[in-house]
Design a protein around this ligand. Structure first.
Ligand SMILES: [Fe+2]
Length: 409
């Protein structure tokens, strides 16, 4: 398969360079690898060869490495920057925080390389959207993760992370510990006993949910001192939490397996993350909101009018760079138009889409409105239209019964 991706490497350790070549050849994915002796030659080739990714290793002189990464960040921010290293360290994470998108440990090279390229190839259509690239290029830097968050995400992306390592990082951060415990004890997860320790919560939630919580906390802690931003952010945060719980509840009702239930929660939590990026990084978010409010225009249509791209695409683009699984990226990318997804199967996208149709402005909608919001073609293809409508009917029925009981009392 021809992916047309181009990778530029300055890897001083020859065995690693060879390993990268072998893994890529084995993948038969049509990725062109360019190896360079030093950073200057690579910088000059980025435009000429249209390089998409760069790989560098820590064997390089640290000062040269930093100025190279700074230059790429400033001049070619769309190029994804990956650092290959022996082990993760606090020092390294601090150094690379705002210059590197991903750090790969040598021992996990095989697994991670495949994932990175497979995902990048699937995101190709989005990366080809010139407006999205122009927008992400216009940011001073990509959404920068706090060192502690970045370190945690790196650990969680390994197959062999230990609970102890994860707990040590989470427990250093009071807000994150509280969040992890709160989510582990939520009704949607319904453990038999109250989860009181971070280590039980970490075990219970699993890697994808933990990663989503970290990102959620990171992006919702953006500087909200600008005008009405604070109000919009708190409404959006509540919306994401509601959609996450609701998606998981629907997945349970539809007899999805445990992984799919949890991934639906994760996707719900992250589905509107692109909106935060727009609010934080573009000066247009108030105009977009106004256009949407005054003309009764769906928000993503207003975003398209201003930015040429949508919060769904922006969110999916960043989750791709941050190495989230495809099914979660698809759920974020297509939550407004699931029929456009090329993988039509029961997935987190299904449950996030149904949950989105149920909730508007943090309130449940009428049955008529719910049906209007559903993508019937998509649900028909999955054979789930009737099931979704019946589910919502019984959901509304339960709600009405509860209210009536209260009135009778
Ligand atoms: Fe959305």
């Amino acid at each position: 398969m021809e992916s047309n991706l181009k990778l530029g490497c300055v890897v001083l350790e020859k065995s690693i360079e060879k390993k990268v070549q072998v893994i890529i050849e084995k993948m038969k994915y049509g990725i062109k690898v360019y190896t360079y002796k030093n950073f200057d030659v690579l910088i000059n080739s980025i435009v000429k060869e249209e390089i998409d990714y760069i790989f560098v290793d820590i064997a390089s002189n640290r000062q040269d490495l930093l100025s190279f990464l700074n230059k790429v960040q400033e001049e070619f921010p769309h190029v994804v920057r990956v650092l290959i290293t022996d082990t993760l360290s606090n020092d390294l994470v601090l150094m690379a925080n705002d210059l590197i998108h991903l750090i790969i440990e040598k021992k996990t090279l095989d697994q991670n390389l495949k994932n990175i390229f497979l995902r990048a190839a699937r995101l190709r259509n989005m990366l080809k959207n010139p407006d999205l690239i122009k927008l992400t290029n216009s940011f001073n830097n990509l959404v920068v993760l706090k060192p502690q968050h970045l370190q945690l995400l790196q650990y969680l992306s390994r197959d062999d992370y230990t609970n102890k390592e994860i707990c040590e990082i989470i427990e250093k951060n009071v807000a994150l510990s509280a969040k992890v415990l709160q989510v582990a004890n939520m009704t949607a997860f319904a453990p038999t006993q109250i989860v009181q320790s971070v280590s039980v919560a970490v075990f219970f939630l699993g890697a994808n949910i933990l990663r989503a919580l970290v990102l959620n906390m990171q992006v919702f802690s953006i500087d909200s001192g600008k005008g009405n931003l604070y109000r919009y952010i708190s409404i959006l945060e509540r919306h994401c939490q509601n959609i996450a719980s609701c998606s998981k509840t629907i997945a349970i009702a539809f007899n999805a397996d445990r992984n799919l239930q949890n991934d639906s929660y994760t996707a719900g939590l992250l589905h509107d993350i692109g909106k935060l990026v727009i609010m934080d990084k573009t000066p247009n978010w108030e105009k977009i909101q106004k256009l949407s409010d005054e003309n009764d225009l769906i928000i993503w249509k207003a975003e398209e009018a201003f930015l040429g791209t949508t919060h769904a695409q922006i969110g999916a683009y960043f989750l791709g760079i941050w190495n989230f699984p495809d099914s979660i990226i698809d759920a974020v990318a297509y939550h407004h138009n699931p029929c456009s997804c090329d993988n039509i199967s029961i997935s987190p996208l299904t449950f996030v889409h149904i949950a989105e149709a149920m909730i508007k402005e943090n309130k449940t909608v009428s049955l008529e409105e719910f049906q209007k919001q559903l993508d019937i073609d998509y649900l028909d293809k999955l054979g789930l239209t009737e099931k979704a409508i019946n589910y919502y009917k019984s959901y509304l029925g339960l709600t009405i019964e509860v209210i009536e009981e209260e009135v009778e009392e």
